[in-house]
Ligand binder design. Sequence first.
Ligand code: HEC
Ligand code: HEC
Length: 204
Amino acid sequence: MKLIFILLVLSSYVVLADDDSSSSNNPGVVPVNDANYTEECGACHFAYQPGLLPSASWKRIMTSLEDHFGENAELETKEQKLLTDYLTKNAAEFSNYKRSIKIIRSLTKDKIPLRITEMPYIIKKHDELTSAMVIGNPEVKSLSYCDNCHTKAVTGSYAEDDIIVPGYGNWEEYEHSSSFIGRIKHGAKEIKEYINEEILKKYF
Ligand code: HEC
Ligand code: HEC
């Protein structure tokens, strides 16, 4: 009986501790369930879940694949149509998963970023990272490689307990370490350095 009570208290604590201000009980985003998509769009980076971007962003990405962030990611017309269909139908605005809801809520109407890493919600969530942890970190390369830090990203989970920044270890432990607290005390000027100036100007 006592144990059940403790478990109940613990589980309600977990619910309260999560900063869920949305009505959704589904954390993260819907996992990818299209093998074709994983194969075609998971070759250079992990296959981003459709729920990480609004359909308008996916449309822009899928109609400019010949010039895809400096790479040629062109597909055959039939394939391009199938994947556009999959991405837009499962885009963030049609999802009731927590992260998708937050990504959409953070958007201002007239701005449709091309990148997940340009979504105001995503920028905000990463403002404690330094350039040394991201671009200066050969095991991370850029913020675009989500799965280099979010160890369960492929499952659609971005939960804090599963974040390991290569070279810095488990994020929750790092946040409580003296080096992190020391940075905050010194104003942590480097914190936003890795974010592109233009992006900062555009959204803040
Ligand atoms: C030939 C390699 C390649 C293929 C294939 C490819 N991409 Fe990319 N993609 C890239 C590169 C390079 C970047 C930029 C990464 C960076 O900025 O560090 C990128 C970035 C992205 C981003 C933005 C990530 C961010 O920073 O928020 C999205 C979204 C994306 N790709 C979707 C797709 C989709 C959808 C497909 C399949 C149609 C695809 N990619 C196929 C190379 C590729
Ligand atoms: C360099 C490591 C790193 C990379 C790469 C990275 N993240 Fe993160 N992410 C973090 C850290 C650290 C946090 C902050 C956790 C905290 O303190 O709440 C975070 C937070 C988040 C959160 C909020 C989690 C929460 O519980 O509030 C989401 C969602 C997220 N990241 C998605 C992404 C996506 C999508 C990508 C790729 C486009 C990405 N991240 C790339 C390290 C990273």
